[in-house]
Design a protein around this ligand. Structure first.
Ligand code: SF4
Ligand code: SF4
Length: 501
């Protein structure tokens, strides 16, 4: 069926007085928007192909280009906004599921922005982070209820395997396949320099990156792509992915055209075949089954590495987390409904799951009430935008956070939300060799190091302002937060008072 003509979402505005016909935009656009018209001696644009990734705008040497949102409009209708009409047309034409990338773009409450951080005045002096010690190190994993020492002072209590981080920020799971080799390298190197962890996602680990093992979380997802003994042994921690915030309840799909020779070898699947990870793990139908997988993985690495269980934030997330804590997991990662992804059905991405802020508060509260909070650490992910969000997440009960979209932005992503097409003009979400080269891993690495370093400075400043000198003292300290524009129910789930109280 032909797709009904739709006026393009974006327009290319080219200043012909400035344009010097260098054709850089033509060469740089993987979507083939720009072309040179020999007959007319000018540049032309096919705007129907434009995804507004800003590559041409950034590369144009004379600033002749702007991409603007088209002001062509449907007749205003509060019940049928333009995007909704567009989606119906598209599906009527193709009969297919609509695919999108990155996180939920809908206007739903962003609770981080309705939480305000405390600061000391008069009686509880603030701490100057430039002159006084400020501890941002965190340890993730089971914490013994009591520590015992031998007469000589050495530790008698046997410590379980843990992760040590210089700052409570990690890079969330992004598979080699969904992102490029150069993006993966940038993340791995930055994690090592920063003393934090990055995460393989469900794509296995390229042999070039085994050297970053202690800073690598190796993921085991339902497709088991690239999972073998050496892979598990290479990482500093193992993560079982039960769910993902961007697409709770469904599996993943990496199209066959993205499965190059290198990715096929890393994932251990045939070249060119679709990589489809099923919605459930076919060996997990209960907490007891999950426990078996956790202990199988622990056994495979001789009980030397902590096991993380990652879940999407869904309606009964606190009860699920309680079950996971009792199943032997060392760490629970909760991914909120704004979490990013390389590809997801847009209906799922935009309508399924719950905000991380509420999920995190509910999980921390439940684990405390049940007296098992020290049995697991909690990682929060899914829309951490800034150091302030990190501080708020820690105060709501997280031990650390995962950042994904912010890390990609640091690498140069312009959030065009077209990763699923595999033609990322910034060399991030693509496997096309000519495009991958556009991301210089030395630059990517440095920008990631800069971002996390800057956030860590800001975290120290905010903690100092509160009169708190360690992440450990901030963890779960909800008295350091106040709500604005929230109703009683929201305040009660978040466990915070209203501003002014
Ligand atoms: S990159 Fe700029 S100057 Fe070069 S052809 Fe395109 S619009 Fe013209
Ligand atoms: S990674 Fe690339 S394709 Fe994906 S949103 Fe960012 S710029 Fe667009």
């Amino acid at each position: 069926m032909p797709v009904m003509f739709l006026y393009p979402e974006f327009e290319v505005s080219r200043n012909t007085d400035r344009c010097i016909l260098c054709r850089a935009c033509e060469r740089q656009c993987a979507n083939e928007v720009h072309s040179y018209d020999q007959d007319e001696g000018c540049m032309k644009s096919d705007e129907s192909r434009c995804v507004n990734c800003h590559r041409c705008v950034s590369i144009c040497p004379v600033r002749a280009l702007k991409i603007v949102r088209s002001n062509h409009t449907f007749r205003p209708n509060a019940n049928w906004p333009a995007d909704t009409i567009r989606d119906v047309y598209l599906q009527a034409g193709t009969g297919g599921v609509l695919l999108g990338s990155m996180g939920n773009p809908q206007e739903l409450p962003l609770y981080w922005n309705r939480l305000l951080i405390n600061a000391s005045q008069v009686t509880n002096p603030s701490i100057d982070p430039l002159r006084e010690p400020m501890e941002t190190k965190v340890t993730l994993g089971k914490k013994p209820a009591r520590i015992e020492r031998n007469p000589d002072g050495s530790l008698k209590t046997e410590m379980p395997p843990q992760i040590r981080l210089s700052t409570p920020i990690m890079f969330s799971g992004m598979s080699y396949g969904s992102i490029s080799y150069n993006a993966h390298e940038s993340l791995a190197r930055a994690a090592e320099t920063l003393g934090i962890m990055y995460n393989t996602g469900e794509g296995g680990l390229h042999e070039d990156f085994y050297k970053y093992g202690p800073h690598t979380i190796v993921q085991v997802a339902s497709g088991r792509f690239g999972v073998h003994k050496a892979y598990l042994e290479a990482g500093g921690a193992i993560e079982i992915k039960m769910g993902q915030g961007a697409k709770p309840g469904i599996g993943g799909h990496l199209p066959g055209k993205k499965i190059s020779a290198d990715i096929s070898a890393t994932r251990m699947i045939p070249e060119g075949s679709d990589a489809i990870s099923p919605a459930p793990h076919h060996d997990i139908y209960s907490i007891e089954d999950l426990r078996q997988l956790i202990y199988s993985l622990k056994e495979a690495v001789a009980y030397t590495k902590p096991v993380i269980v990652k879940i999407a934030a869904v309606h009964n997330v606190a009860a699920i987390a309680s079950g996971i804590a009792r199943s032997g997991a060392d760490i629970i990662a909760v991914d909120g409904f704004r979490g990013g992804t390389g590809a997801a059905p847009t209906r799922i991405r935009d309508n399924v799951g719950v905000p991380i802020e509420l999920a995190l508060a509910a999980v921390d509260e439940r684990l405390r009430q049940e007296g098992i909070r020290n049995e697991v650490s909690v990682i929060a992910g899914g829309s951490i935008h800034s150091s302030a969000d990190v501080v708020k997440a820690i105060a709501l009960g997280a031990d650390a956070v995962y950042i994904g979209t912010a890390a990609l932005l640091a690498l140069g992503c312009h959030l065009c939300r077209s990763c699923h097409a595999g033609k990322c003009n910034w060399g991030i979400a693509t496997q096309r060799e000519d495009l991958v080269k556009r991301l210089n891993p030395d630059v990517g690495y440095q920008r990631l190091v800069n971002l996390v370093t800057a956030w860590t400075h800001e975290i120290k400043e905010m903690m100092g302002g509160m009169g708190i000198n360690s992440i450990e003292a901030l963890k779960g300290n909800r008295l350091m937060l106040r709500g604005v524009g929230l109703n009683e129910k929201e305040l009660s789930i978040l466990g915070v008072k209203y501003a002014g109280e």
